[in-house]
Ligand binder design. Structure first.
Ligand code: FAD
Length: 485
């Protein structure tokens, strides 16, 4: 008789690779072949395994399933469970963390066919499905002169709202998740439930900014819509020698702006090419957005610094989310990794973070193709708006404070050793900037190793909710996602 352990070891890999095809076969029987694609040569399969971070593109699911309803999703989850397969839920595919919306040799649930939307003029509530991108969602509601709180770039998917969702409208209305009113969710058990203030309120709480693929699959979002008219908006592009004036203006805006209709992101961009003392390798791109045609002096700190380029003017919301240029999301595909920091204004930490980032950028030329450091203010009006709607899973302390999003794009063809070395060095650089005590890290910009849930004051409550809705760790074991440990 063969010893037990070698025998199990020899079976395990076979079982693991057989589990995906077994789940796919069962799903095909139950949903029909039109909703399941297994051929790696099929166009829809090829499109489904394209991710914003191209580091994910190498993974090959056993099949891609395109559910059309909550019932379909329920069937898929039950088949995946029965076969003991791995799986992933993909909405827009922009999370750069491995296996968060990608899977190798398992079932990929591509939500792209679930794009139904509706608007009720009596209640002003809007609904949208998890498929498609926010640009399409905005376009639909624009016909009613309404919009929803969502991405600042048209090409980003709806998973954004489950991680919070920072919008140009957030200073007025809170994060995207604060506008949720009801969610339809397929639980890890396959049961289809409604989460709202009245029904499964614990699940509703956790789904508001506590991240995707943790408590189930969201199959329908019902949200409070918002009026949408003319915007004054555009980009001011500055050269790097103006960096100190611009950072001072960003700091003043974060600290002193009290007009909730005014929103900014300040982005510092650095290319990996040599600068040749011409400063052609770096630029500062400010995004200024005012909900209304006249911003008054809300942005005077910025407009008083002479920019290289100024694209401000009257715009529709669709034009706003296509700044600086249409297809920005698609164009920025690459070997991308995010990290996040959180700081309070007024303690010098934003100037410090910028200096640390720039020093790293200078000394690591050639090891990246693009670096971006984005300042995202969280004003008091945003945290007030969140609290007024019941608060979210982050239980955001009063603003003002700000998140820093760090993006690194590495060159194609980098060896694994070089890639790991540059990522470790980049991680240490971000860590050395420190984070403000008592503030949550933003899930949407976080790296998996930053464990953002642990920075939430409601972490213990979220752990309990996770146990309640995923009692046998089906999601925790079979798909990627934020750690609850
Ligand atoms: C170019 C760019 C611009 C961005 N701009 C913003 C911005 O303005 N504001 C902001 O807050 N963030 C922004 N982000 C960050 C963005 O919110 C995250 O990348 C987010 O993960 C994108 O969601 P997605 O649906 O596109 O990605 P996905 O990777 O498909 O989904 C994100 C996560 O949620 C899970 N998920 C998705 N849908 C569901 C569902 N229906 N049920 C359960 N789990 C689900 C996925 O499994 C995955 O783990 C931006 C990112 C990029 C790349």
């Amino acid at each position: 008789m063969l010893p037990l352990i070698p025998l199990l070891a020899s079976i395990a890999p076979v079982a693991a690779t057989a589990a995906g095809p077994a789940a796919c076969a069962k799903i095909t029987t139950q949903l029909g072949s039109s909703k399941v694609v297994s051929s790696e040569l099929s166009l829809s399969y090829i499109e489904s395994i394209e991710y914003w971070s191209t580091l994910q593109d190498a993974y090959k699911p056993s099949c891609v399933v395109y559910p059309k309803s909550a019932q379909d999703v329920s069937i898929v989850l039950q088949a995946v469970r029965a076969a003991d397969s791995r799986f992933a839920i993909k909405a827009g595919g922009h999370n750069p963390n491995t296996f968060y919306s990608s899977v190798d040799k398992g079932v990929l649930l591509d939500m792209s066919s679930m794009t139904e939307k509706s608007y009720d003029p009596d209640t002003t509530l809007a609904t949208y499905g998890p498929g498609g991108v926010f640009g399409d969602i905005y376009e639909y509601f624009a016909d009613y002169n309404r919009t929803v709180v969502g991405a600042r770039l048209a090409g980003v998917g709806t998973g954004l709202a489950l991680g919070g969702g920072m919008s140009y409208l957030s200073p007025q209305y809170g994060l995207a998740c604060d506008s949720f009113r009801e969610l339809e969710i397929v639980l890890p058990s396959g049961e289809i439930v409604i989460a709202s203030n009245k029904s499964n309120p614990d699940l509703y709480f956790a789904s508001r900014g506590g991240g995707g693929n943790a408590y189930g699959v969201v199959t329908k979002y019902t949200v409070q819509s918002r009026p949408s008219g003319e915007f004054w908006a555009g980009n001011l592009i500055y050269t790097f020698p103006q960096k100190d004036n611009v950072i001072e203006a960003i700091g003043n805006f974060i600290q002193y702006n009290t007009d909730p209709k005014a929103a900014i992101i300040g982005t510092y961009e650095k290319l990996g090419t040599p600068d040749l003392n011409l400063n052609l390798d770096e630029a500062i791109i400010m995004f200024l957005v005012y909900d209304g045609p006249d911003p008054g002096d809300a942005f005077s700190n910025f407009t008083s610094i002479t920019p290289l380029l100024d694209t401000t003017g009257i715009k529709t919301y669709l034009e706003v989310v296509n700044m600086p240029i249409p297809m920005s999301t698609e164009i920025s595909r690459g070997a991308n990794i995010f990290r996040v920091g959180v700081h309070r204004p007024g303690d010098g930490s934003y100037e410090n973070a910028l200096d640390i980032w720039r020093d790293w950028a200078e000394t690591n030329k050639g090891r990246y193709t693009l670096l971006s450091l984005d300042f995202q203010p969280v004003p008091k009006s945003l945290t007030d708006a969140s609290n007024a709607q019941g608060g979210n899973a982050m239980q955001m302390p009063d603003g003002p404070w700000f998140w820093l999003n760090y993006l690194i794009t590495t060159p194609p063809g980098m060896s694994e050793a070089d890639f790991n070395a540059v990522q470790a060095s980049y991680r240490d650089m971000v860590k050395s900037s420190g984070n403000a005590e008592g503030l949550p890290l933003f899930i949407n910009d976080a790296n998996y190793d930053q464990n953002p849930l642990q920075t939430f004051s409601a972490f213990a409550k979220l752990q309990e909710i996770k146990k309640r809705y995923d009692p046998d760790n089906f999601f925790a074991d079979k798909t990627g996602g934020w750690s609850f440990e």
